[in-house]
Design a protein. Structure first.
Lengths: 494, 337
């Protein structure tokens, strides 16, 4: 939209968390009277940018201007005063207060918000406490509250994720109405169909940079996916691990039947054979956390079965899963590493757990097992005294190596290479392949799609709590995976 | 073409009017249970003592007055998501300060001194809240440290038990003869005049919000430091009242570390039994009052039965565990259904 001054102008905004550069240099302009989509893969920097625009986070550098005036938000109140009202995926409503008290807390005009509640056709008792209401309704109430503040820019962060269809349609209705009144909407969504349908322009972030802004009428979903992928789409990764000896004919080691935990995980069935590495990919919040946690015994499934070698695994404690040979390498290694203990203690941990008596530790057997794991994993033992002094990659090796020492049948790895360097990544790939070649099974979630072809034999795609696609790793190029993750029609394999 | 989203099962959204009663019962269940427990204990006492009447009620209301104020102070801090280990020490400090200045003075002077003590209490509270917010040190540490400071100051102010107050001031708080209502009024007045309006205001809601979910509170625009300072300042007001009640009840001041620490722990017990979650954001201030009365009546009733007072304390502890355990089981059942 040329000529008209931009409502929102973000220029070269950057933000780092310690050594991690979440946002390198983001530019974004939103014109008055437009619905603008902000898109990007996991970790591209969307949520960091949204936090800055809503006043929850301050940029390290760069400028944000609203209606031509440069602004510096030091709290969400400032953002609201400047005419930006956000609605988050996790509603910003205080759980133990009633809905009405929440509106009072933010100084929301009661008549206005009640008007919007009626417009959105929400049936709710305002005296009800927030924590006894369903999430979808809370999100709509948060939207009604944002609208009651009459913002120039409505910031909708993943509002339609897991929202019932009729609610989503009402949200779209409001968005169009907002645009027709000359106001603007910044819309963040993983659902490209929605973006295509409702948004005027889209800005795509990749690796902390805005890489493309275009009218949604020019380009379509293919252009968005290409921008999200960038150079990598063209680059060819040599499948380092050709499918191992694993054969589909072998009796599966792990069988999962229609596993569900509730709102997020709605029914997943899968199998993993001995000697097989199965990848799991999805967008954020499609039930992947719940799948891994319930397999590991850390989350109680509501329905469905988990079988190891044909024997059902029951229970609600990780120890029961570990006894059946299912072990978890969690997404956040901080949960798994004992930071103040030595490398040896960290690796030998499962041995302590499996001791039948609380007697002496068999020091010799322990040393042998630990030494072999250190060799196999090439752990840098210079900082042997305290695990917290190790690099992230070496810490991750500890959380994996622990199960080499303790023994397992099925290893669940949740994004095992997140935030570690390339060299270590490749060591971990090699290790997982080697374990598979020795007949063990691995189920691995990854947010780095190229890992599927590097490590896995087969890949499963989750969307909205269900398996939507399954394919051999050799056919799983990033474009196909991304399409499946967004639940778009499959493209022909090239 | 309309935008289609993946089918999501419909969630029942109507929270009809028939559920309003259910909601009130659920939200006030804890207080209701305490009322029943308190009434049962009171009934039990009345059957044991032949000439039961106003005198017993006066004993109950007057001797529990300091602990009630203490529990209210602790309650507010816990609702805001914190905990204050210095409540007992502050009560001792305000007791000593007020007894020192009130000695040998008339009622009017004593009332002015009382007012000054309340202002001092709020200032000390606000300071504590500011230090906790500013330093980022957990309040359990900060208030542990300040508990030693305030006790030390109390000892400096009054090295040996002493001080005094006007007889009129004592009557005003404790009542004359067997009148129990002045003590009850002393509890009701600050509760209705300070906490009542505060709870419904944005400042009071901010206190609840901070304790309930700091992230949601921040995104809603709550200034955490101001909310915390408000909570601690109102707590300071109640702590000053606790000190003044002690002065009125004992007619003097005493800087005793033992009194302070016991009082702190009893205040925590009353808060827990009173239905305030230690995780913050949950509960009100009526529960702790009932809890203090129950905690007073349990050993007292056993004493009149001729049971060794030590057993009374054991029973008190068991009751706390059972009530809290039962309550959490009940909550879990409700949240599951």
């Amino acid at each position: 939209m040329p000529q008209t001054p931009d409502l929102l102008e973000v220029r070269e905004v950057a933000k780092s968390y310690g050594p991690v550069r979440a946002l390198r240099s983001a530019d974004l302009t939103v014109a008055p009277g437009e619905i603008h989509a902000l898109l990007g893969a996991n970790g591209a920097g969307k949520s960091t940018l949204v936090k800055m625009l809503s006043g929850a986070l301050r940029p390290d550098s760069g400028t944000i201007a609203v209606a031509g005036r440069q602004v510096r938000f030091s709290s969400p109140v400032d953002a609201r005063a400047a005419g930006i009202a956000p609605v988050f995926q996790d509603p910003a409503l205080v759980p133990h207060l009633s809905v009405a008290d929440n509106f009072t807390l933010t100084g929301t005009d009661r008549a206005a918000v009640v008007g919007w509640i009626e417009r959105l056709e929400l049936q709710v008792d305002l005296a009800e406490r927030v924590n006894s209401l369903p999430l979808a309704l809370l999100r709509m109430l948060d939207l009604a509250r944002a609208l009651a503040h009459d913002p120039q820019l409505l910031l909708l962060d993943e509002i339609t994720a897991a929202l019932p269809t009729d609610f989503a349609d009402r949200v779209f209705g409001v968005m169009r109405e907002w645009r027709d009144n000359g106001r603007s909407v910044l819309f963040i969504s993983h659902r490209l169909t929605e973006v295509q349908e409702i948004c005027d322009r889209a800005t795509i972030l990749r690796d902390g940079r805005a890489v493309d802004t275009h009218r949604t009428s020019e380009g379509g979903e293919a252009r968005i996916v290409a921008a999200m992928l960038g150079e990598r789409a063209a680059r060819v990764d040599l499948p380092q691990a050709a499918a191992s000896a694993a054969s589909a004919t072998a009796e599966p080691r792990l069988v999962v039947e229609d596993l569900a935990t509730g709102a997020r995980l709605k029914g997943v069935s899968l199998t993993v054979a001995p000697g097989e590495v199965v990848g799991v990919v999805s967008l954020e919040g499609q039930g992947e956390d719940e799948l891994f946690l319930s397999l590991a015994g850390d989350l109680k499934a509501r329905s469905g079965r988990i079988l190891v070698d044909g024997v059902a695994v029951r229970g609600r404690h990780p120890l029961q899963a570990i006894r059946k040979g299912i072990t978890l390498v969690p997404s956040d290694r901080q949960f798994a590493v004992l930071p103040q203990r030595s490398i040896r203690d960290n690796l030998a941990l499962p041995l302590y757990a499996s001791m039948r008596s609380w007697g002496w530790v068999n020091a010799r057997a322990e040393r042998r097992a630990v030494d072999s794991a250190v060799d196999q994993l090439e752990i840098d033992t210079r900082a042997a005294d305290q695990a917290r002094q190790l690099s992230g990659g070496n810490q991750q090796k500890l959380t994996i190596g622990r199960w080499l020492v303790g023994g397992y049948d099925v290893m669940l790895c949740f994004d095992p290479t997140r935030g570690i360097d390339v060299g270590t990544k490749h060591q971990i790939y090699r290790l997982l392949r080697q374990e598979a070649s020795e007949g063990r099974s691995v189920l691995m979630f990854t947010s780095e799609l190229r890992e599927v072809r590097l490590v896995c034999d087969r890949v499963i795609v989750l969307h909205d709590g269900r398996v939507v696609a399954q394919m051999p790793a050799a056919e799983a190029d990033e474009e196909r995976l991304l399409n499946a993750m967004h639940d778009l029609a499959p493209v022909e394999a090239r | 073409m309309t935008v289609t989203s993946p089918p999501v099962p419909q969630i029942p959204l109507a929270t009809g009017h028939q559920s309003r009663l259910v909601r009130v019962v659920r939200d006030e269940a804890w207080t209701g249970a305490l009322v029943v427990l308190f009434a049962a204990l009171l009934l039990w006492q009345s059957t044991q003592i032949t000439a039961w009447g106003a005198f017993e009620l006066q004993t109950l209301a007057t001797s529990t007055l300091p602990l009630i104020f203490l529990a209210l102070a602790q309650g507010i801090v816990v609702i805001a998501g914190g905990i204050d280990l210095s409540v007992g020490a502050q009560m001792v400090l305000f007791n000593c300060v007020s007894a020192l200045f009130m000695e040998g003075r008339g009622l009017v002077a004593c009332l002015l001194i009382a007012l000054g003590t309340v202002v001092l209490g709020m200032a000390v509270g606000a300071l504590t809240g500011w230090v906790v917010s500013r330093s980022g040190v957990p309040d359990i540490i900060v208030t542990l440290a300040t508990s030693f400071i305030w006790l030390g100051v109390a000892l400096l102010v009054m090295p040996a038990p002493g001080g005094g107050t006007a007889p009129g001031f004592q009557t005003l708080v404790s009542g004359s003869g067997s009148a129990f209502w002045p003590a009850l009024l002393c509890v009701a007045a600050p509760l209705l005049l300070v906490w009542g309006p505060l709870r419904r205001s944005r400042a009071g809601l901010s206190i609840y919000a901070l304790g309930s979910d700091p992230r949601a509170a921040f995104l809603a625009g709550v200034d955490a430091r101001r909310a915390r300072m408000t909570a601690y300042a109102v707590a300071g007001l109640f702590l000053a009242l606790a000190g003044l009640a002690t002065t009125a009840y004992t007619g003097g001041g005493q800087a005793s570390a033992a009194v302070g620490s016991t009082a702190t722990l009893n205040a925590v017990a009353a808060v827990v039994l009173g239905g305030i979650a230690l995780t913050g954001g949950v509960g009100g201030l009526v529960g702790p009052i009932l809890a203090v009365w129950c905690l007073f009546l349990i050993p007292a009733n056993l004493l009149t039965l001729g049971v060794d007072p030590s057993y009374g304390e054991v029973v008190k502890g068991i009751v706390i565990v059972l009530v809290v355990l039962g309550g959490s089981l009940l909550r879990r059942t409700w949240s599951r259904s």
